[in-house]
Design a protein around this ligand. Structure first.
Ligand SMILES: Cc1cc2nc3c(=O)[nH]c(=O)nc-3n(C[C@H](O)[C@H](O)[C@H](O)COP(=O)(O)OP(=O)(O)OC[C@H]3O[C@@H](n4cnc5c(N)ncnc54)[C@H](O)[C@@H]3O)c2cc1C
Length: 439
């Protein structure tokens, strides 16, 4: 049997490679870093998380929580690594990124079925026709590969979003900060700074006037709602931030005993509380402006930014027109797509794509049936089924299609109420996991 080629050792590619290897397949896993470093990446490590260190909520009834428990039941390797590298983050699965990557790297390099090839794939013509291939090169797919994919992905799109700054703990005036979770739920994992009205507006005025990095090469800017730059959000109205990332609800300002006007939240980056991510502060302000504008916030006057927020490009295909439900391309069923290049959005969603692409390849090899393993169950009762049905079958017109994350908007909640959906999902996914053990 030919080895399966996987392009990209990111969240989707690593999950796909490890799953295929677990089922006895030989895998050639290609990763362009560190020799070729797509914008935003900093290291050569597999599964580098380029923005937040959070894989999203673990709350059992929430959409991202349900997707994660489905992945867990299917034996996700990458999710297991995330759990092993977990740092405090309330109900979110937050990880120490270096440790997370290291665990995955050890799994990949220690697996005799995986050949880890540090090489940029510049064209699909590098592979013999008919060889199974998983494209998991992510939102920052290199230009050479993306150009070569243009033939297969007759419609291609892009959009911009932005990364939050990470600040050094020692540069925060801790006398202005306090540890607490909103509504005091769970352990006090978040460091917060309360702002009064004058402080909020002093910051707000600087923020909306700040210089930002202009779009390149006449490219249009389309922002994905959940990754909206803070300054764009602020321009929607002077109170928008107070209903979003600077929401004061659920807090009392320890200095006044009353709800503050606005709250800035910081979350540990590494579990050691030596570096903090400013929650929801993705930005495309210029580096100089980031330091200047954030220093207007009380307690951040001496701010030292360890990693600046940056502008970036996302590359993805119009999957409803191009991809089958088993994640193979309509134009070439031996080629599969997973992760953000497929049109999913989010770390856990990328892991889910990698897992399913691999399981579908395994299933086809063992049974001769080219179908999604999700078809073996009533997958409308699962978050993964709802997500991948949307991605591959929704009638979303090409111009309106943006990468999608797990959410209840994708679920038929009239038939399967939100409140009990996690139970339906558990039932279906355990059934699937049992069936897969027998193939
Ligand atoms: C800047 C940025 C910030 C983001 N922030 C968040 C966030 O905070 N939370 C969230 O849930 N999602 C976020 N996303 C979305 C996020 O990218 C995806 O959720 C997730 O990382 C996608 O996983 P993936 O496996 O598809 O791609 P990636 O994890 O990016 O992996 C793709 C891999 O392919 C490699 N590669 C690229 N081209 C080639 C080539 N030609 N040959 C060989 N290897 C190649 C890359 O180096 C990379 O290792 C962000 C996206 C970007 C771009």
């Amino acid at each position: 049997m030919h080895p399966v080629n996987v392009i990209g050792a990111g969240l989707a590619g690593a999950e796909a490679a490890l799953t295929l290897a677990e089922h006895g397949f030989k895998v050639r896993l290609f990763e362009c870093r560190p020799a070729v470093m797509p914008e935003v990446f900093k290291t050569g490590a597999p599964c580098e998380l380029v923005c937040s260190n959070s894989l999203g909520s673990m709350k059992p009834e929430s959409a991202p929580g349900i997707l994660k428990s489905e992945l867990e039941a299917l034996g996700s390797h990458v999710l297991a690594a995330a759990s092993a590298a977990r740092v405090p983050g309330g109900q979110a699965l937050c990880v120490e990124r270096e440790k997370f990557s290291k665990i995955i790297e050890e799994k990949i390099t220690g697996d005799p079925n995986i050949e880890f090839i540090r090489e940029e794939v510049r064209s699909l013509s590098a592979f013999a026709g008919g060889e199974k291939l998983v494209i998991a090169s992510g939102p920052l797919t290199t230009a050479a590969l993306f150009d070569s994919l243009a033939d297969k992905f007759s419609g291609n799109l892009y959009f911009y979003d932005a990364v939050s700054p990470i600040v050094e703990a020692g540069s925060i005036d801790m006398s202005r900060a306090f540890w607490k979770n909103r509504y005091s739920k769970g352990a006090d994992d978040y460091l917060n700074i309360a702002l009064n009205k004058d402080e909020y507006f002093a910051f707000y005025r600087e923020l909306i006037a700040a210089k930002t990095v202009p779009p390149r090469d006449n490219e249009k800017e389309i922002f994905f709602e959940s990754c909206m730059p803070i300054e764009e959000l602020a321009r929607r109205g002077e109170h928008t931030l107070r209903f979003g990332p600077m929401k004061p609800k659920g807090f009392d300002d320890p200095r006044t005993g009353r709800m503050p006007y606005a709250v800035l939240q910081l979350r540990t980056e590494n579990g050691l509380n030596s570096a903090f991510n400013i929650v929801g502060f993705q930005t495309k302000m210029t580096f100089g402006e980031q330091a200047r504008v954030l220093a207007v916030i009380p307690g951040l006057e001496k701010i030292k930014i360890l990693r600046y927020g940056v502008i970036h490009k996302n590359r993805y295909m119009y999957s409803p027109g191009l991809v089958n439900f088993n994640l193979s391309l309509k134009s070439d069923p031996s080629i599969f797509a997973a992760g953000q290049i497929l049109g999913s959005e989010g770390y856990s969603e990328a892991i889910a794509g990698g897992k399913l692409a691999a399981l579908n390849i395994v299933y086809a090899a063992k049974t001769g049936e080219n179908r999604s393993v999700l078809d073996l169950i009533d997958c409308g009762r699962t978050m993964a089924g709802s997500l991948f049905k949307y991605l591959t079958m929704s009638g979303a017109p090409m111009k309106k299609f943006v990468p999608m994350n797990s959410n209840f908007g994708l679920v038929d909640t009239k038939s399967y109420p939100k409140e009990t959906f996690h139970e339906l999902s558990r039932e279906q996914i355990s059934k699937l996991a049992g069936m897969l053990k027998k193939i």
